[in-house]
Design a protein around this ligand. Structure first.
Ligand SMILES: Nc1ncnc2c1ncn2[C@@H]1O[C@H](COP(=O)(O)OP(=O)(O)OP(=O)(O)O)[C@@H](O)[C@H]1O
Ligand SMILES: [Mg+2]
Length: 273
């Protein structure tokens, strides 16, 4: 399990570890719990990739399993985030003997610490590698070492250049575009397909532009969709309509022209509070 602030080299180390393990007769899985700028699958999801060859490393964006989190920030989404990551680590464990878990750069404060605490508690890694540029990880590392049994090793990255928030936003937009750009089939949907369910008498026009996780009937996320209002009816634009069984609402609206995402409070959207 790799933890560290943004741009400390977590993903670079993850790919090095994975590439290095190929050919060593190991079954390898990459669980990418970076929901903001992931390597595996689209943003707002946790992804799993089985790594059998170097070709798989070149095609990380195509996930083998996805779980919808519905946000690109852990704040307000710690439960779905931890559940998604834990679920995929459990699946990986059934087959793999080497699993790398990459995470978001939110490592401090109540949100970062709570997230890392529960991820580590439930994913139970053999080793946590904490990438620390300055002293920013010390409180989190101290807490994890005090309360949880797994070994936490500190690595000080050398020569890593911060990417910066503007470039990060570009990467996120490009990742949304890859999943949601035209041609994107539109599917008419009923009002009873959502989790959480819509309150009685709800004005569905309020859902226009909401990002959704397209789910099958076994709890798996097939990919993302965007809700669209046309002539007073709600439809979902998605590539994954064929096996769609339901739609999970998260806390993001997505603009399908610019692929810019904005945060929405789902409770406020539904109940006005
Ligand atoms: N050991 C290294 N030496 C030099 N540059 C590095 C090293 N590791 C990573 N980099 C560079 O630093 C930048 C950030 O690396 P990386 O994306 O791996 O960080 P990250 O911690 O995964 O960031 P994020 O929080 O955005 O996911 C990249 O441009 C990468 O190429
Ligand atoms: Mg990364």
């Amino acid at each position: 399990m790799l933890i560290g602030a943004p741009d400390t080299g977590k993903t670079t180390l993850a790919t090095l570890l994975l590439s290095d393990a190929i050919g060593a007769n190991r079954k390898i899985a990459f669980v990418d719990a970076d929901i903001d700028t992931p390597s595996v699958g689209p943003p707002a999801c946790v992804g799993l990739k089985w790594v059998r060859s170097h070709a798989d490393m070149g095609n990380l964006a195509t996930a083998d399993e996805l779980r919808f989190v519905g946000s690109t920030q852990p704040q307000g989404a710690i439960l779905p985030h931890v559940v998604a990551a834990t679920d995929l680590v459990e699946i990986a464990r059934r087959e793999a003997d080497f699993i790398v878990l990459d995470t978001t750069g939110v490592v401090s404060g109540v949100v970062g610490q709570t997230l890392k605490y529960h991820l580590m508690e439930l994913c139970n890694p053999a080793l946590v590698i904490a990438m620390q540029r300055g002293g920013e990880m010390e409180p989190t590392i101290g807490m994890l070492r005090r309360f949880l049994a797994a070994r936490v090793a500190k690595v000080v990255p050398d020569g890593v250049e911060p990417v910066g928030p503007m470039e990060r936003a570009d990467v996120r937009r490009a990742a949304f575009a890859q999943e949601l750009s035209d041609p994107l089939p539109r599917w008419r949907i009923g009002h009873d397909v959502f989790a959480p369910t819509l309150p009685e008498g709800f004005d569905v026009s309020r859902l226009d532009g909401m990002l959704v996780g397209v789910q099958d009937k076994r709890g798996r996320c097939l990919g993302l969709g965007a809700l669209q209002l046309a002539a007073g009816e709600i439809a979902v634009a998605t590539r994954h309509g064929e096996h769609m069984h339901g739609l999970r609402l998260g806390s993001l609206r997505i603009d399908l022209e610019t692929f810019t995402s904005t945060e929405v409070r789902l409770r406020e959207l539904m109940f006005g509070v």
